[in-house]
Design a protein around this ligand. Structure first.
Ligand SMILES: O=c1[nH]cnc2c1ncn2[C@H]1C[C@H](O)[C@@H](CO)O1
Length: 364
């Protein structure tokens, strides 16, 4: 990002923010990975943050597949370890509060952090006794302690993984079970470029999510074609689209989604690093979203792996995507409106933003 990242010292938007698309496991501090590895006696290829960043983080724009391979470097350190899982959730909240976020929906795959009751056991771990269900409990504890300590509101989204359709129905069960502990929705993440169509297991899980009244978002049209966005909307009944940049390539679909006010969870830095979009931001779909007053938010996706912050997303938006204060206000209002909070809590959040931005709701 170095040559593209503007070197402003002042935050691009120094007001309360709402973030809807950020992966817990893509936001782990390098320092934490080093400390946990040391405590557990797991060898790492590096013993300083600087060196670790060379293997865990993206150095230059590449592909989604290459980006996803970075998780293999550090997930074995955290997965299967109760203390580490709770810690990354707690630290995540601290980071977000420092970034001026007042409400965040954070997502992760419980299966990818477990070492028991998960088939296959991820990251070549030995079988242990930490189930996906207990992972959710630990993350909930870390997030809720973080909320209390840092005074911001946090909810979570559980991810199905594209290559693991057999895990998806359990995600629905956990969304239901932990509905009162801050779990607000289901997501489908993973490598869109390798799976042209959502597999049966995902379809059944999303059908069940609809039946059970569980909110739904889907990663689609990030690097995959617009047909994947259409599938997310028509088949999986997504209420929001993760990324969705390639929607603009299908004018009819784009028009339809604009009309229905579909929310796009956009992540500018990520879109550059995963090869989803042009690395110089020229003709970036977000420029089109701004022009068409689409319903979208600005998010950091996987800040650890991109060596980015939420402010960096805003800096990029200001420098390359034609954002002014007005757009920053608008994306945050949109994010709050499209959040998966119940009506009353959503209203409270919106009122907090209106107050901070010094305007009434009809002025955006
Ligand atoms: O940008 C992304 N696209 C698709 N999948 C992603 C992205 N960022 C993270 N993931 C995957 C890798 C994580 O292990 C998983 C759950 O957070 O979601």
């Amino acid at each position: 990002m170095a040559e593209q990242c503007p070197k402003h010292q002042e935050p691009a938007f120094d007001k309360p923010k709402v973030e809807l698309h950020v992966h817990l496991d893509g936001a782990i501090r390098l320092k934490t990975i080093l400390e946990v590895a040391k405590r557990r006696g797991i060898p790492l290829p590096a013993n300083t943050e600087e060196h670790l960043s060379q293997c865990c983080c993206m150095q230059e724009p590449s592909t989604l597949t290459e980006f996803l391979s970075k998780f293999e470097q550090f997930m074995p350190i955290i997965a299967g370890d109760r203390e580490a899982i709770k810690r990354i959730a707690y630290e995540f909240v601290e980071t977000k509060s420092k970034e001026g976020v007042i409400y965040v929906e954070v997502r992760y795959s419980p299966h990818l952090l477990a070492n028991c009751n998960v088939e296959p056991i991820p990251w070549n771990q030995k079988k242990g006794d930490l189930t996906p269900d207990e992972v959710v409990q630990l993350v909930n504890q870390g997030l809720s302690e973080g909320e209390k300590a840092f005074g911001i509101k946090v909810r979570s989204i559980l991810c199905c993984m594209r290559h693991m359709p057999n895990w998806s129905m359990e995600i629905v069960d956990m969304c239901r079970k932990y509905h009162n502990d801050g779990v607000v929705a289901i997501d489908l993440a993973g490598d869109e470029s390798l799976n042209a169509e959502a597999q049966q297991g995902h379809r059944e899980a999303y059908e069940e999510a609809v039946r059970k009244g569980i909110h739904r978002t889907v990663h689609a049209g990030e690097v995959g074609p617009p047909a994947m966005v259409r599938e997310a909307v028509d088949v999986l009944k997504a209420e929001r689209i993760g990324h969705g940049y390639r929607t603009v390539e299908d004018p009819d679909l784009y028009k339809q989604l604009l009309k229905q006010g579909m929310h796009f969870e956009t992540c500018p830095v990520s879109s550059r690093m995963t090869g989803a979009c042009n690395p110089d931001f020229e003709n970036h779909p977000i420029i089109r979203f701004v022009k068409d007053e689409a319903n979208f938010s600005l998010n950091s996706d996987d800040p650890e792996i991109f060596r980015s912050t939420l402010d960096m997303e805003y800096q990029v938006a200001r420098q390359y995507l034609n954002f002014t204060e007005k757009e920053f206000n608008r994306v945050n209002i949109n994010a709050a409106m499209s959040s998966f909070l119940p009506t009353k809590e959503k209203e409270d959040l919106l009122n907090q933003l209106y107050e901070a931005y010094g305007k009434r709701s009809n002025q955006f």
